[in-house]
Design a protein around this ligand. Structure first.
Ligand code: AMP
Length: 122
């Protein structure tokens, strides 16, 4: 899938629509999910144009990758879940539940999240 410059996170990066910003670095922006599933629900996105995790992993430079994951690490502390536990999730592709096609990682926490939520086998 080609990257769509008009996806909602591209508009947030360009400042065309607002976000509830948590953290920003040279390589990443973190903001609160508009429909939080947990008391802490923050999204971290790279500043580069990548459709999903596979696209980011394949095409981003080492500097972008390190910068992105460092920003995820810093955001867990800023959001206050580094000590209490958190879940990192990325949905890669529509069949995995991805609805915004700019790579992002969900940080969920702020309450006990229960056991692993792996899909069951057929
Ligand atoms: P995903 O299913 O992984 O693509 O998740 C996309 C997430 O983006 C969902 O949890 C939405 O609630 C969230 N979202 C959509 N639009 C916005 C927005 N304008 N600001 C913050 N979060 C948003």
């Amino acid at each position: 899938m080609a990257y769509d410059n008009d996806n909602i996170f591209a508009k947030i990066l360009r400042g065309e629509i607002p976000c509830d910003k948590v953290h920003e670095t040279e390589h990443a922006l973190a903001f609160r999910d508009i429909a939080p599933k947990t008391p802490v629900h923050v999204l971290v996105i790279p500043k580069g144009a990548y459709v999903d995790a596979a696209d980011f992993n394949a095409r981003a430079s080492d500097v972008e990758k390190i910068g992105f994951w460092q920003a995820v690490h810093e955001t867990t502390a800023i959001a206050g879940v580094d000590g209490s536990g958190f879940r990192l999730t990325t949905n890669n592709g529509a069949s995995a539940g991805q609805i915004v096609f700019h790579f992002h990682v969900h940080i969920n926490g702020g309450r006990p999240l229960g056991g692993g939520k792996q899909p069951k086998g057929e």
